[in-house]
Design a binder for this molecule. Structure first.
Ligand code: PMP
Length: 394
C-alpha cells in the first residue's frame, strides 16, 4: 500500500527545534518557533486560565457531547472579542474550531461550498500554513505583494494595485494584526483604503486574527477587522486563542461568518458545521471551556488582560532594545524597523546563507527567511546578539 509513497518534506521550524536542542553551546539563542516566551524562556500557563481550569475541573460533571459548534458560550464571547461590543450580532455566527488552523480550514471549506472555483489572495509572504490549508480545501491561490525587505515596511501601493486586479467574489486573506512572518502591519488609514477597495470591487475579506492583544492592545488589534465589519456586507474570520491565552496544545479557535442578514448567517453556519462533521465532527472542549470561563468572569478577565498586557509590553520593550543594539553595533538605521513592527515576529531581511552562518558560528537560531521570534530575544545579551548579526552582513 505505502511502497510508492515518498516521505513528506520535514517541517522547517520543527527541524530547527531539533537542531537547537542538540546544540551544546550554553549561550545559544532560540529565535525560531512561534510561541511566546518569558524572560526565562518559559511559556507558562496564564494565571486566569489556570484558575478557570480549576473551576472547570470542580464543576464539570459530564463529558458528554456538546455538538458540532462546540461551546456556545465560547462562540458568543469570541465573536464579541473580535467584532467588538457594537457589532451586529444578528448577522454573525461563530463555530468553535480546533485552533486557528482548524478555523482557517473550516472557513476554507465554507468558501469551497459557497463558490467551488473561489480564489483566495494571500499576502506575499504569509504564514507558510495558509497555502496548504487553502489548497487542501480545493481553493485557488493568488498572491498580493506585501513586504518590502529593504525598508521593512508594507508595499502598500503594490498590494492595492494587485488587489485591484482581483475578480468580483475573490477572497482576500488579511492578517488581522501582527503579520506573520514579517511584523509589518497596515495602519488605520491603510485598513480604511483596503475596506474601500473590497467594498468597491465586491471582494470577500477573510481575516486571520491569531495574535489579538500582542500588537497594540486587545481593542486596537481588532481595528482593521472592525473597520471592515462596519462596511462590508459579508466577511469571514478565523481566530486563534493559542497565543493570547497561551493554550497552544489545547487547540482553541473560532471560525466566524458575518453575513448579509440573520437568515444567510444561519445557512452559512449550518454549512460550516456540516463541513466540521465531515472533518473531525466536534472540536476539543477543555481549552475553549477555560477561555469561556475567563472571558465571562469579570475578575478573571481583568487578570487575563493584565497578564496579556505584560506580555505585549515585554515584546515592545525587547523590540526597542534590539533595534537600539543593532543601531549601536551596525552604526546604521538599517534595522530601526524592528521597533515599529508589532507582534511576535519581525523579518530581518538576511539571506539564507547569513541565517545559516548565525546558527553555525554563533548559535543563533532563526527561521531561514530570517524571521525572528521577538519574545526569544535575550534581555541581557542584546549587544552580543546584534554583534553576531552585524558580523554576518557583507
Ligand atoms: N494564523 C497565523 C498567522 C498564525 O501565525 C498561526 C499560529 N502560528 C495560526 C493562524 C494558527 O495557530 P493555531 O492553529 O496554533 O491556533
Amino acid at each position: 500500500m505505502f511502497e510508492d509513497l515518498q516521505p513528506a518534506p520535514a517541517d522547517k521550524i520543527l527541524a530547527l527545534i531539533g537542531l537547537y536542542r542538540a546544540d551544546p553551546r550554553t549561550n545559544k539563542v532560540d529565535l525560531g518557533v512561534g510561541v511566546y516566551k518569558d524572560r526565562d524562556g518559559k511559556t507558562p500557563v496564564m494565571r486566569a486560565v489556570r484558575e478557570a481550569e480549576k473551576r472547570l475541573l470542580n464543576s464539570q460533571d459530564t463529558k458528554t457531547y456538546l455538538g458540532l459548534a462546540g461551546d456556545a458560550g465560547f462562540n458568543a464571547v469570541m465573536a464579541k472579542l473580535a467584532f467588538g461590543p457594537g457589532a451586529d450580532m444578528t448577522r454573525i455566527r461563530a463555530a468553535q474550531a480546533p485552533g486557528g488552523s482548524g478555523a482557517l480550514r473550516l472557513v476554507a471549506e465554507l468558501l469551497k461550498r459557497t463558490r467551488a472555483d473561489a480564489t483566495v489572495w494571500l499576502s506575499d509572504p504569509t504564514w507558510p500554513n495558509h497555502m496548504p490549508v487553502m489548497r487542501a480545501a480545493g481553493l485557488q491561490i493568488r498572491e498580493y505583494p506585501y513586504f518590502d525587505a529593504a525598508s521593512g515596511f508594507v508595499r502598500f501601493d503594490d498590494m492595492l494595485a494587485a488587489l485591484l486586479t482581483a475578480e468580483r467574489g475573490d477572497v482576500v486573506l488579511l492578517h488581522g494584526c501582527c503579520h506573520n512572518p514579517t511584523g509589518a502591519n497596515l495602519d488605520a488609514a491603510q485598513w480604511q483604503a483596503v475596506t474601500d477597495l473590497v467594498v468597491e470591487r465586491g471582494l470577500l475579506p477573510f481575516v486571520d486574527i491569531a495574535y489579538q492583544g500582542f500588537g497594540d492592545g486587545l481593542e486596537a488589534d481588532a481595528l482593521g477587522l472592525r473597520l471592515l465589519a462596519a462596511k462590508v456586507p459579508e466577511m469571514v474570520v478565523a481566530s486563534s486563542c493559542s497565543k493570547n491565552f497561551a493554550v497552544y496544545r489545547d487547540r482553541v479557535g473560532a471560525a466566524m461568518v458575518l453575513a448579509r442578514d440573520s437568515a444567510q448567517a444561519d445557512v452559512a453556519m449550518s454549512q460550516m458545521l456540516s463541513a466540521a462533521r465531515a472533518m473531525y465532527s466536534m472540536p476539543p472542549d477543555h481549552g475553549a471551556a477555560a477561555v469561556r470561563i475567563v472571558l465571562e468572569d469579570a475578575s478573571l478577565r481583568a487578570d487575563w488582560e493584565a497578564e496579556l498586557e505584560e506580555m505585549r509590553l515585554r515584546m515592545l520593550r525587547l523590540r526597542v532594545q534590539f533595534a537600539e543594539a543593532l543601531r549601536r553595533q551596525s552604526n546604521s538605521d538599517r534595522f530601526d524597523f524592528v521597533a515599529s513592527h508589532r507582534g511576535m515576529f519581525s523579518r530581518l531581511g538576511l539571506t539564507e546563507g547569513q541565517v545559516e552562518r548565525l546558527r553555525a558560528e554563533h548559535g543563533v537560531y532563526m527561521v531561514g527567511d530570517s524571521r525572528i521570534n521577538v519574545a526569544g530575544l535575550p534581555e541581557d545579551g542584546m549587544d552580543d546578539l546584534a554583534k553576531a548579526i552585524v558580523s554576518v552582513l557583507d
